[in-house]
Design a protein around this ligand. Structure first.
Ligand code: ADP
Ligand code: MG
Ligand code: ZN
Length: 476
């Protein structure tokens, strides 16, 4: 039996506002438990929520970025359930009328093809607190309760774990380009639930899905989906699909690389959603709408512009625009006068390859201006590309200027005609018989002479100069 994989993703992105969604407590991370709380986020009776305007603005920007409809009027609902980290007994979320509806995100495959993934909706909601378990004792920390989340729900349009990861990376980039979320997976500000089902190839109806929670890295998302697909198709082949594949929430165990049943999954009716009587419908004023639909250049547009304006390959442009930090770094190199294609290589291959042990493009000891200076020194012939690598190694360890490093390492190319001619004369003198052969028509010996001159100069001679001068001498 041939199966088709069907995946829909729900992402909870924490919006990077200073304060929570319905009170003025700070959203900052890593404080003493239960210090960033008030009567509203503690869920004390009678405390009234007040919507944080910034969350609406950021949602409008997001809706605009994914070509969605931003609803001028949306509604907050109560989603009722009990859990110790939810003191009110309900979560304020959006249900029938979310703020954002019907968008799209394009994913790019390595071979240059693209695929559209539909985004069903994005709605605003508050985060819950956190339960912390120590042996037989459990604690509740409500610092996170009331943190604003944008839940972004995709259509079940992905057909492999690879597509799921491409979608998540693109979504991650969009949030960061818009600067509406830190989208930090380790800190939990970008969390993903994967809904996974299979169906016989050719069928269009949706089969039973399992929802996998607790996915906090792209690598684990891919592995968890692959495991789940395998589990479901094995169940089918073994004739136990009906028994083993049920609508449920599963947890991914990163150590054992398996998913395990956590609980049966409620249908939305169980949550008894109803409009929150403490909150008015959200009505976006026209001026706010037009202000917030002005958004910065997004990854896809930047990629297309880099291809058309800089003449770089689409693949490279995708790599560079995959993160806003990398795109900014590249643009700063170009502004500083480095050539477009050289900048691609020196950024994505040479610098990236040297960013190890937790350093990244933001904390890199060599910034865009410095890397651009290095590229310019290669472009103007001061050093060779090979020497450039040594200079970069040195710059990664030592905080000095590019020209100083070149000087210190003695890597300056000899471009002075006199010095190169002297070496050429020496080489010609030492290989008289080869010169005779060359003059008799064995022109392929030219490479031999170039090699000898380069060797004599210990690699420091400017190869273009060597070529020109050698040609003049031999052919005169
Ligand atoms: P809930 O919020 O209860 O999890 P939704 O109907 O909002 O339910 O769906 C959540 C996600 O599940 C969406 O991303 C959707 O695309 C995906 N989904 C729904 N049915 C399937 C299915 N059969 N297989 C895979 N994904 C599915
Ligand atoms: Mg869900
Ligand atoms: Zn509060």
């Amino acid at each position: 039996m041939q199966f088709e994989v069907v995946i829909g993703l729900e992402v909870h992105a924490q919006l990077n506002t200073k304060t929570k969604i319905f009170c003025s407590c700070p959203t900052s991370f890593g404080h003493e438990p239960n210090t960033n709380v008030c009567s509203v986020c503690l869920g004390l009776p009678g405390a009234l929520p007040v919507l944080n305007k910034e969350t609406v603005k950021k949602s409008i920007a997001f809706g605009t970025a994914i070509n969605a409809k931003v609803n001028k009027k949306s509604i907050f609902n109560r989603k009722n359930y009990f859990y110790p980290d939810l003191p009110k007994g309900y979560q304020i979320s959006q249900f029938e009328i979310p703020i954002v509806e019907g968008g799209e995100i394009y994913i790019d495959f390595e071979d240059g093809s693209k695929k559209r993934i539909g985004v069903t909706r994005a709605h605003l909601e508050e985060d819950a607190g956190k339960n912390i378990h120590h042996g037989s004792v459990s604690y509740v920390d409500l610092n996170r309760a009331g943190t604003p989340l944008l839940e972004i729900v995709s259509e079940p349009d992905m057909r492999s774990s690879e597509e799921a990861v491409l979608y998540l990376k693109k979504l991650h980039a969009i949030l960061r380009y818009l600067d509406i979320s830190d989208a930090n997976m380790q800190e939990g500000s970008f969390r993903c639930d994967a809904n996974v089902s299979i169906r016989p190839k050719g069928e269009t109806k949706l089969y039973t899905r399992a929802e996998i929670k607790n996915l906090n890295s792209f690598k684990f998302i891919q592995k968890a989906i692959d495991y789940e697909v395998e589990r479901q198709s094995n169940a089918w082949e073994d004739g136990v699909y009906e028994r083993d594949v049920v609508q449920e929430t599963r947890l991914y165990d990163t150590e054992k690389n398996e998913t395990r049943s956590m609980r049966g999954k409620e249908d939305s009716a169980e949550y008894r959603y109803f409009p929150d009587p403490d909150l008015l419908p959200v009505v976006i004023p026209d001026d706010m709408m037009s202000e917030c639909t002005k958004i910065p250049e997004l990854p896809d547009q930047k990629r297309d512009r880099f291809v058309s304006e800089h003449g770089i390959k689409e693949y490279d442009a995708n790599v560079i625009t995959s993160s806003v930090e990398m795109a900014r770094f590249y643009e700063a190199m170009i502004s500083a006068g480095a050539g477009a294609k050289m900048s691609v290589t020196w950024l994505t291959v040479e610098l990236q390859g040297r960013l190890v042990n937790g350093t990244n493009i933001v904390t890199s000891p060599v910034d865009a201006i410095k890397l651009a200076s290095l590229v310019k020194r290669i472009e103007d012939g001061t050093i060779s590309g090979k020497a450039g690598k040594d200079v970069l190694d040195y710059l990664m360890q030592n905080s000095i200027d590019v020209d100083e490093a070149i000087e210190k390492l003695g890597l300056k190319q000899v471009s002075d005609d006199g010095a190169i001619c002297a070496i050429i004369d020496e080489v010609i003198g030492a290989h008289g018989n080869k010169v005779v052969e060359y003059n008799a028509g064995k022109v392929q010996l030219f490479g031999f002479f170039v090699g000898q001159v380069m060797k004599q100069s210990k690699g420091s001679a400017n190869p273009n100069k060597v070529n020109d001068l050698l040609k003049q001498k031999l052919d005169s």
